[in-house]
Design a protein around this ligand. Structure first.
Ligand code: ZN
Ligand code: ZN
Ligand code: FE
Length: 762
């Protein structure tokens, strides 16, 4: 060794605790013959190493290039320090400081090493349903408090056996300081029960679960962040029974299969989709369904995409392991009644799920935080999140600028909240639709948990403009109680800001916001949703919007596309033809009541919603008249879209209004002429894409703004998104779409944080 010997001090920030970072450093130091120490600190990991320069450089570059699978390095700073002599390399005990803030790893799917051991007869954890290591397993869902140590997790009650302890204490072991480490000897156990009586335990419980699933029964399975309801997805009776008992009429069920190979029997899986399915997060991935499969059609009625996930815990692998005559695909839907949050506590689950499930696969590892499965799809080769939850939350999103400590309460549907500090935004896991007491209380307890875990004391509160959202009411009461400033944020402004923050936009330059959405309260009292904004975090101007049309029954109308269609037609003076499908679906009495409701403006707010326009068109051509979940009519309209049809409907613009009436006229004309619905759907989608391009061009002409943020629930429509992106790119615009948070209302709280920060600092 001719190279010079020196010492360096290294600080690493990011998700570097509870993910096997210190043993990784320990082994890396040994590899390059370095001496010194590593320890956790208040803000990450600190390292001091001594050795020759080549070894030191390789050591640092390998930390950057090949960190442990669950680690996420935000920054690494290495400085030269005076030479220090060490006897060897040691892992020091944690520095514990008050006010410490360290990101917590999300729950991660079982790693390949653990999966191999699970099915290895020679391994001492062979078929142990809770096998895990530093690279995988539960994290966020079992943590009660920080620092992340076993006594502060729900594993506290399980004392390590001598074998597990030896692994836990050995820095050369994959299970060094893996807090949830356990085995058959000392860890949590499973049992199978019916009507509150235990029938079988351990491996027998798994065998029994499999036998019941095979026989077409519904089994509630306690998993990582809550309960699933499972049944054989190819068994029509089982799927129908589940639908009936769950009171969820049409919303598609999530599916689980043992391997990508099996999923390929049912869906097209691109390499990018495979990468997403097998990523450490293991989200539900929406995949294009193949024709003629044996999936019960009731599993996902009216869909041409299926939501599939791979088993993400050892327990799921054991339940799904392929076998002779054993089903290969399973419904794995969240364990709740429709609208309620997913059950996660044992007693609560047995009570709430008893009417639905025939049997229960239980275990005694408590879940501290309920976490739903995440949902994603692939858009132009990269992940596009529909629901950001398990595997993603609570990993912070890096904000483009440092903010004060802000609590943003989000919207009403698909609620998430965000707590921010500095450049970190802790966007919560999916809370759900804030329509009942259960969801509200899980929202409230979630906020308290995050405040405590991440040591955030909000100085500012942000909430939606809508006074009746439960999240807004919570925010107003909190502001009153604490005398903290509250910033009310217009819904679509929040969408636009969320998209900007999602893309790391750190500029005050204005952009164009194509916020095509369901509904949100506008600054003028009208229900907005088809808005073209110009602005940024600090403010916006509404440049274009769809025609204002009557929405009979307000928000309740999302269940009745036929009524929306009739109201729109009536308002445009196009309701003469009683043969139209929405007219046919309503009896004459209903039509009369509806007309007088519209005429006298009784509970009929005006709306410019793009989502409702989709509903109206879907009903108009007879695709769907009543919906059982938000967006159903629009999804089914998209699903029939003829991908070969390129002609667009013309949607004229008059001053600042994008006119709906001429659009409806063209649709009616095509419909009367017998043009196929698939063609009408395509022309509608094409028309909107061209409209989006046209408004952007008009704005660019006057302002030279070139950046376009696409946000709002309507952009979950991949057909419209692809067509719009193609046109914008062709004309030299720079479109920004969501990457880290959903384009739907799940992203709202992130946008609220940025807007509140700018408002308070103005
Ligand atoms: Zn593992
Ligand atoms: Zn053990
Ligand atoms: Fe929205």
């Amino acid at each position: 060794m001719t190279s010079e010997r020196s010492s360096r001090f290294i600080k690493v920030k990011g998700i570097v605790q509870g993910v096997g970072f210190r043993p990784f450093i320990f082994n890396l130091a040994e590899k390059f013959s370095l001496t010194g120490w590593v320890r956790n600190s208040s803000s990450g990991v600190e390292i001091t190493v001594s050795g020759d320069a080549i070894g030191l450089d390789s050591f640092i570059s390998e930390i950057r290039s090949a960190p442990p699978p669950l680690a996420h390095i935000d920054s690494l700073i290495a400085t030269n320090v005076p030479w220090q002599e060490f006897a060897g390399f040691v892992i020091q005990t944690s520095l514990q400081e008050n006010g410490a803030r360290v990101p917590i790893s999300p729950d991660m799917s079982i790693c390949p090493d653990c999966q191999r051991e699970l099915f290895d007869q020679a391994d001492r954890r062979h078929r142990y349903p809770f096998i895990n290591c530093t690279n995988c397993g539960p994290r966020f869902s079992i943590i009660k408090d920080i620092p992340y140590d076993r006594p502060k997790t729900t594993m506290a009650g399980f004392e390590l056996c001598s074998n597990c302890r030896a692994e836990y204490e050995n820095p050369r072991d994959r299970r060094f300081h893996a807090q949830p480490v356990a085995c058959n000897e000392c860890g949590p156990k499973v049992w199978f029960s019916v009507k509150c009586g235990t029938v079988s335990e351990k491996d027998e419980a798994i065998t029994q679960t499999r036998a019941w699933l095979r026989a077409g029964k519904i089994v509630a399975i306690k998993g990582l962040g809550g309960f699933h309801l499972a049944c054989d997805a190819s068994n029509v009776q089982a799927v129908n029974a589940l639908r009936e008992r769950k009171k969820r009429s049409d919303k598609p069920f999530a599916l689980m299969a043992f391997s990508v190979k099996i999923i390929r029997r049912y869906c097209e899986v691109s390499p990018e989709e495979e990468a997403l399915l097998t990523s450490p997060q293991h989200p539900i991935v929406l995949l294009r369904q193949k024709y003629e499969t044996n999936i019960a059609p009731e599993a996902a009625p009216g869909q041409n995409h299926l939501g599939f996930m791979l088993p993400y815990t050892p327990l799921h692998l054991l339940v799904l392991e392929p076998g002779e005559g054993y089903p290969d695909i399973f419904v794995m839907t969240s364990g709740n009644l429709s609208e309620e949050p997913v059950a996660y506590l044992d007693e609560e689950a047995s009570r709430r799920l008893d009417p639905i499930a025939d049997g229960f696969l239980m275990n005694d590892r408590p879940i501290h935080m309920r976490v739903d499965d995440s949902v994603a799809r692939v858009c132009s080769g990269v992940p596009y999140l529909i629901r950001r939850s398990r595997g993603y939350a609570p990993q912070p999103i890096t904000l483009p600028i440092p903010t004060r400590q802000i609590l943003a309460c989000g919207a009403e549907l698909k609620n998430t909240f965000t707590l921010s500090v500095g450049q970190q935004a802790y966007v919560s896991h999916h809370i759900g639709d804030m329509e009942n007491y259960e969801t509200l209380s899980s929202f409230e307890s979630g906020i308290e948990h995050y405040k405590n875990l991440f040591r955030i004391t909000p100085e500012i509160i942000a909430a939606d403009l809508h006074p009746d959202y439960l999240s807004s009411r919570y925010a107003m009461e909190l502001a009153q109680r604490t005398a903290l400033p509250i910033i009310r944020v217009q819904h679509h402004h929040a969408h636009m800001a969320a998209c900007l923050a999602d893309n790391g936009w750190d500029s005050t330059d204005p952009v164009i916001g194509l916020t095509f959405d369901g509904t949100g309260l506008g600054t003028d009292g009208v229900i907005w949703g088809g808005e073209v904004l110009v602005g940024g975090y600090s403010g916006f101007e509404r440049r274009f919007h769809l025609s204002e049309l009557p929405l009979p029954g307000g928000d309740a109308s999302i269940r009745h596309p036929s009524r929306i269609a009739l109201a729109y037609l009536a308002a445009c003076g196009l309701d003469a033809d009683t043969n139209l499908p929405p007219m046919q679906s309503l009896c004459s009495e209903e039509r009369t009541i509806l007309r007088s409701q519209i005429e006298h403006r009784i509970n009929t707010p005006l709306t410019t919603s793009m989502g409702r326009l989709f509903d109206a068109v879907s009903a108009l051509v007879g695709v769907r008249q009543t919906a059982t979940y938000e967006g159903q009519a629009a999804i089914e309209l998209e699903n029939i879209c003829d991908q070969q049809e390129n002609a667009p409907y013309n949607i004229p613009i008059e001053k600042d209004v994008m006119l709906v009436r001429p659009l409806l006229e063209q649709i009616l004309r095509d419909w009367s002429a017998g043009v196929a619905n698939s063609t009408i759907s395509a022309r509608f989608h094409n028309g909107l894409a061209h409209l989006a391009l046209e408004v952007c061009k008009q704005i660019r002409r006057n302002t030279s703004i070139n950046t376009v943020a696409l946000s709002g629930g309507v952009w979950q429509n991949m057909t419209l998104l692809a067509k719009t992106l193609a046109l914008l790119n062709r004309e030299g615009f720079t479109p920004l779409i969501h990457r880290q948070v959903p384009t739907n209302d799940g992203g709202i709280s992130l946008g609220q944080v940025m807007i509140a920060h700018y408002q308070i600092n103005q």
